[in-house]
Design a protein around this ligand. Structure first.
Ligand SMILES: [Zn+2]
Length: 378
């Protein structure tokens, strides 16, 4: 090292002056803080003006891309429970964060917070829902009208499953499932929803918002969580239908696509509705909740053009499994089928509505049997 310095060709006086002044300035900024050894000082003295400039330019370039990199990471990440809470109560948010959350929630769920709607129109839509004739209105319209309450969920699926395991389910038992409207990739095109699945939460919360919060919490913690587009509360203070995502644009995981007794019913072609109830904690359905379930299913059935035979219970899909199996299900448990079916028939008569014809070769489902019984057909 020392020898190399000895044989360096002599510098011109001007060049030596320039080099010294640059390095001395550089040293004067950094040296007092952490550079004390003579060796380090000598190294800095060797830095030429061009090197310093290059480092500065590179640093500036790197810094300038930081916001872009952060934005990319931000747009890709999943919504957390914290995000959802902020979205529902955005008053303390900075405008940029509020804007990001609104866009992210809409991109994930296909829905947004209630948009302004004249009171008269709100009353009209609300009345139509009550009377079982709201099928011309979208889920967003019903949110705008105040019939549904929006509480976003993070684990929704805007596309058909892409894993080989899931793809193989499309052809299980030699039956092709209707998939032409499901678009592979990230295009947000509605999947065909051919089935409805009735559930009861059995989580003991007796609170639809709490049920959704727990789904979001599980998801935030990286746990595999299920969810449904609709969660029906106990209607203790009136309307209590919570919506997590638009069932016409997203699918959600709410039943087993592998262990089902009905192979045609899978997550990405079925609409799930959870109802607050717990057998274990003695939390029963209220009458208002059961009647609201009838109104909600009337809306879904008309909107998605489902036959009675295409509405099933979670118990019918997974009740054939051994009782100690982790996927064994019997819900909705303890449901008042007579009251539910009577209300469905009342709405149908009022609107002269006849659902799509059921497949007569298929085994009758629990909801179908209850509706037939209430209409005097069996
Ligand atoms: Zn269930």
């Amino acid at each position: 090292m020392y020898g190399a310095r000895t044989f360096r060709p002599p510098m011109s006086a001007k060049r030596a002056r320039t080099k010294r002044s640059t390095c001395v300035r550089f040293e004067s900024i950094l040296a007092p803080s952490f550079l004390h050894s003579q060796t380090m000082k000598n190294h800095f003295k060797d830095l030429c003006r061009n090197c310093s400039l290059l480092i500065l330019v590179c640093g500036a370039l790197l810094l300038s891309t930081l916001p872009f990199q952060c934005a990319l990471a931000e747009s890709d990440r999943q919504l957390t429970l914290d995000d959802v809470k902020k979205f529902l109560d955005p008053k303390d948010l900075a405008p940029a964060e509020r804007e990001w959350l609104t866009g992210k929630v809409k991109a994930e769920t296909g829905l947004e917070n209630p948009r302004p709607m004249p009171k008269k129109q709100q009353r009209k839509i609300s009345k139509a829902f009550e009377n079982g004739s709201a099928s011309e209105y979208s889920v967003q319209d019903l949110i705008d009208a105040g019939v549904f309450t929006f509480r976003p969920i993070s684990n929704v699926h805007p596309k058909a499953p892409t894993s080989d395991e899931d793809k193989s389910l499309l052809n299980r038992d030699g039956k092709d499932i209707e998939v032409e409207n499901i678009v592979w990739g990230k295009k947000l095109v509605p999947a065909t929803m051919n089935y409805g699945v009735m559930h009861s939460t059995e989580d003991g919360y007796a609170d639809a918002a709490k049920t959704i919060d727990i789904w979001n919490k599980d998801c935030s913690e990286g746990k595999r969580s299920s969810s449904t587009p609709f969660v029906l509360g106990r209607c203790l203070h009136g309307r209590d239908i919570l919506v997590t995502a638009d069932f016409e644009k997203r699918w959600q995981r709410h039943c087993s696509s592998k262990l089902t007794a009905k192979p045609n019913v899978v997550n990405w072609n079925s609409i799930g509705v959870e109802m607050e109830h717990s057998t274990e904690k003695n939390i029963d359905y209220t009458k208002a909740e059961t009647k609201e379930a009838a109104r909600l299913w009337t809306y879904i059935q008309q909107r998605a053009k489902l036959s009675d035979n295409n509405i099933v219970t979670h118990g019918e899909l997974q009740g054939h499994l051994p009782k100690d199996h982790k996927s064994y299900r019997t819900d909705p448990e303890g449901f008042d089928w007579d009251l539910f079916a009577k209300e469905i028939i009342r709405l149908r008569k009022r609107n002269k509505y006849e659902p799509a014809a059921s497949d007569s070769s298929s085994i009758k489902t629990k909801p179908q049997l209850a509706i037939e019984k209430a209409s005097g057909k069996n």
